[in-house]
Design a binder for this molecule. Structure first.
Ligand code: FAD
Length: 501
């Protein structure tokens, strides 16, 4: 083998790039191997004509100087290389009975809005937020403590008790400690599509950090799109002697007597490494290393884990400013919810019955936050819905194309009801389906959030571990603790490096 590294990364999603930047800054020799021709995985951009679109980012919570989430950005060395643009409002929630706007960094204003919608729940709302803020403090204490990981772990029952107290609950169960009002609970979890599960199934331990982080510290886009963050991380890695190998791919993880010894990449062939960190699905890791290296019990448990839901996004470039279509500069994310419970909506999502009367969907007015990604005088927006993967992956080519076109048309028709005349201004239209997600990231079944974030698959004890039963083999990114999302995957990087490197 010609080359030798301390650590090789399989994939260049945010989890890998963030960990590689941390390790490279500590003097480790790192190699990041990526299959695609650009780094970032879901955290990347694409261009159509003169329009640039962010593949995934709708909202990045809490990335403002002084806030906890920003510490990860600073640690990765990109705080001065990337500009975060705050959203004018956090979101607008629109359903048949309630239409509310949640302001930027305005938890108190949000509470006042909830008081008006649910006047009989004022005390409960106060108690719920007081405890949720204490829980957020405990979580941040645990996640950002400078103490060694084992010390934090031992101290958790005394120093961060809520991490354990609520760690096994669903969001609904936690909210039920304070209120029996089903409607209030659904309104409080209006952002549920960000986490891929209804509140009745979603792990509170996972939801509780961004829940308060968004409200207290705001939602952000990245100037120039999330590619700017991924490229800045690559810059840090390379400035510290690391290497990022694009249009390559890991074809094999080499294991000898229970220990990784390196990888085989498409471009470089065999490469020696003391550690291999996977940023791809654990199922892919087992395939790359060979089943024989894992205990059979481990493989049985892995096979029982459920993948998260997938998503479908339509990216539109418009030939006029949003203001010409009656969209004000204060608009950013609108969640549209039909008069059905989240659970019923989720059943429709998994069955592929995505009519607007069945399921939530959302609009993101991208160019209201970052006009630099569109030509002057033009604008862009995204239409998004969750979707189950099964209804997409089994289709033949023609049926797939038809389904993709039909759902694109349906989402545009939904949007036209709130933006009359939209169709006449579409200059560019692109759509990403679960199959697109798999094609560009290899994530199985187009999973957009790693393993499903139920209490059984989330939290300190239940999330897929960062360490494999093969020496020197680790996991980072959405599939492991704490879970998916921009901050989730970057936090997983920080925890991995703090704990094992
Ligand atoms: C449409 C959409 C919207 C989203 N919106 C938000 C949002 O608003 N806010 C938020 O916080 N999160 C959002 N997310 C989630 C977030 O984007 C992801 O959780 C996160 O980016 C995943 O990062 P990761 O580190 O797990 O790696 P991934 O992004 O999954 O990247 C894995 C990488 O590994 C590469 N790879 C695979 N196999 C190999 C191989 N054999 N060799 C080499 N490379 C390989 C892939 O090409 C890919 O680049 C969204 C996701 C999607 C899809």
């Amino acid at each position: 083998m010609s080359q030798s590294y301390d650590t090789v990364f399989v994939g260049s999603g945010l989890g890998a790039l963030a960990s590689a930047s941390l390790m490279a800054q500590r003097g480790q020799k790192v190699l990041v191997v990526e299959k695609h021709n650009i780094p970032g995985g879901y955290a990347s951009n694409f261009r159509r004509k003169d329009f640039t679109f962010d593949v995934s980012l709708h909202s990045f919570d809490g990335v403002v100087r002084g806030a906890h989430s920003f510490k990860v950005i600073e640690a990765c060395g990109v705080a001065d290389k990337v500009e975060f643009l705050h959203h004018p409002t956090l979101y607008r929630y629109r359903s048949p009975d309630i239409d509310i706007t949640v302001g930027h960094r305005d938890l108190e204003g949000y509470k006042q809005t909830l008081y008006r919608c649910f006047p009989e729940e004022i005390d409960n709302i106060d108690r719920l937020f007081a405890e949720s803020k204490r829980n957020y403090k405990d979580l941040c204490g645990f996640l950002y403590s400078p103490k060694p990981f084992w010390m934090r772990f031992v101290a958790t029952p005394f120093a961060y008790p809520r991490v354990l107290r609520y760690g096994h609950e669903t969001v609904d169960k936690y909210f039920s400690r304070f209120t029996r009002n089903e409607r209030l609970k659904e309104v409080l979890s209006a952002q549920w599509s960000y986490y891929g599960l209804p509140a009745k199934d979603l792990a509170f331990g996972y939801f509780s950090y961004p829940f308060i982080d968004y409200l207290e510290n705001g939602g952000y886009s990245i100037k120039g799109g999330s590619q700017a963050l991924s490229s800045a991380l690559v810059e840090v890695i390379e400035a510290h002697g690391g290497r990022v190998e694009l249009e390559s791919g890991v074809q094999q993880i080499l294991v000898d007597r229970g220990r990784v010894t390196g990888v085989v990449t498409r471009r470089s062939g065999p490469v020696k490494a003391r550690n291999v960190v996977a940023n791809v699905s654990p199922h892919a890791v087992v395939g790359l290393a060979g089943k024989q290296h894992f205990p059979s019990k481990y493989l049985t448990r892995l096979d029982k884990l459920k993948f998260s839901v997938s998503g479908f996004q339509v990216y539109l470039g418009l030939d006029c400013p949003l203001s010409e279509l009656g969209v004000g500069p204060e608009e950013y994310i609108h969640f549209f919810s039909p008069g059905k419970t989240q659970r019923t909506q989720f059943e429709h999502i998994q069955a592929g019955e995505l009519h607007q009367d069945n399921t939530s969907w959302s609009i993101n007015y991208f160019s209201n936050v970052d006009p630099s990604m569109v030509p002057p005088g033009k604008s862009s927006l995204g239409l998004f819905t969750l979707t189950g993967p099964d209804v997409w992956h089994s289709l033949d080519k023609l049926a797939y194309r038809r389904k993709k076109a039909a759902l694109t048309d349906l989402l545009i028709a939904n949007a036209e009801r709130v933006i009359p005349g939209l169709r006449d201004h579409i200059e560019v239209c692109e759509a990403g389906s679960p199959r697109t997600m798999t094609k560009f990231t290899q994530n199985p079944q187009g999973a957009i959030y790693g393993f499903e974030q139920t209490p059984q698959q989330s939290g300190l004890f239940n999330r897929f571990p960062q360490k494999y039963p093969v020496k020197g083999l680790y996991q980072v990114g959405a599939w492991t603790f704490p879970g998916a999302g921009f901050i989730g995957t970057m936090l997983s990087a920080r925890l991995l490096v703090d704990r094992y490197f």
